[in-house]
Design a binder for this molecule. Structure first.
Ligand code: PHE
Length: 339
């Protein structure tokens, strides 16, 4: 029996070293110390021993049991530490490593310049107004002094939805909507999308953006229009910026003008950007037609106003030297990342 006990002590020592997780360790505990374990089996035979042998073997058995328990405890502690170290190694974070940056979106070049233009007009006391892109014929044409048979309607290739509903071809209908709802003084800009059924090419898109301007008050004159646009040009292109008016015709303004800005690239000398002109056409403008005022319930004898409209794409293309309008709408990262 003594030999059997010693044998168990040895086996346990060997098997413990082979136990590589807590589950295996637990299995060993059951195998040797459990109710049906090997040590228990030996102790059950104690009854067969003589009175002298019993205390000796008993003591040895206790010693062996204590020894096994001790070893198991040690092995358990060692295993736990081993597992902890493994986990620590696996979960280790090097806080000095450079982080992975998540890609952040950027402002679209059209939005960038629009924000800039809005800031300029907000600084001059304008509010920002808006109107629907799906518009009534009345607001897009009729109230702007373009009756149904007016030939100027042909110059704006309109997407009609029904006879009376269309995609707005200009931001000018917002003028009417604002004046219907707000008594003078009125001082607004209205940026937004407009639609014309043009074929898509490097300089035309069926969808583009305009920025409308409208000022109505007592004693508003052409000089106010010129002063406002001169100020705008200087804010946008620098203190040396100059503008010039060329006579033009719009049904909703009288008199009307096309407004050129001096080419910011060559200072008026003529270069590739302005095609040798020295000037670049930027907007349409004029004094609000008396009929348009009265269409909105504003007395043209008491009030006068000016309006202007400009294309955003053109300004942005000149600003960044973009030669194809389609770039704006394709969302090509190689293009967008340059801004
Ligand atoms: N709506 C005109 C256009 O699209 C521009 C304009 C606006 C002209 C306001 C005069 C006054 O061409």
């Amino acid at each position: 029996m003594k030999a059997a006990l010693e044998q168990i002590r040895q086996t346990v020592a060997a098997e413990l070293n082979a136990a590589h997780d807590l589950k295996a360790l637990d299995a060993l505990r059951v195998k040797f110390l459990g109710k049906k374990g090997e040590l228990t089996a030996i102790l059950k035979q104690m009854g067969k021993l003589s009175a002298e042998e019993r205390p000796v073997i008993g003591q040895l058995a206790n010693e062996v049991r204590a020894d096994i328990e001790k070893r198991m405890e040690n092995r358990a502690a060692a295993l736990k530490e081993e597992l902890l170290n493994l986990r620590l190694a696996a979960e280790k974070i090097d806080v000095t490593m450079p982080g992975t940056k998540s890609p952040i979106g950027k402002q679209h070049p059209l939005s960038m310049v629009l924000e800039e233009i809005k800031e300029i007009f907000l600084g001059m006391g304008f509010d920002v107004a808006s109107g629907p892109e799906v518009e009534l014929d009345y607001y897009n044409f009729e109230a702007l002094n373009l009756p149904k048979d007016h030939p100027a309607r042909d110059t704006q290739d309109t997407f009609y939805i029904t006879e009376n509903i269309l995609l707005r071809t200009q931001t000018s209908p917002v003028q009417i909507r604002v004046m219907e709802n707000q008594k003078p003084p009125v001082r607004i800009i209205a940026p937004g999308r407009v639609y014309r059924s043009d074929a898509l090419d490097a300089t035309h898109s069926p969808l583009f953006h305009q920025i409308e301007g409208l000022v109505v008050d007592k004693n508003v004159t052409m000089a106010d229009l010129k002063g406002t646009l001169t100020m705008f040009a200087r804010r946008l292109y620098g203190e040396d910026a100059q503008i010039r008016f060329r006579p033009h015709h719009f049904p909703f303004t009288e008199p009307s003008a096309e407004v050129d800005f001096m080419c910011f690239a060559c200072g008026g000398k003529g270069c590739r950007l302005c095609k040798g002109e020295g000037w670049i056409e930027i907007l349409g403008a004029g004094m609000v037609h008396p009929k348009v005022l009265s269409n909105c319930g504003i007395d043209p004898e008491e009030y006068s106003g000016f309006a202007f409209g400009m294309g955003l794409e053109r300004i942005v293309m000149r600003r960044f030297g973009i030669d194809d309008i389609r770039m704006f709408y394709e969302n090509d990262q190689r293009f967008l990342n340059q801004f």
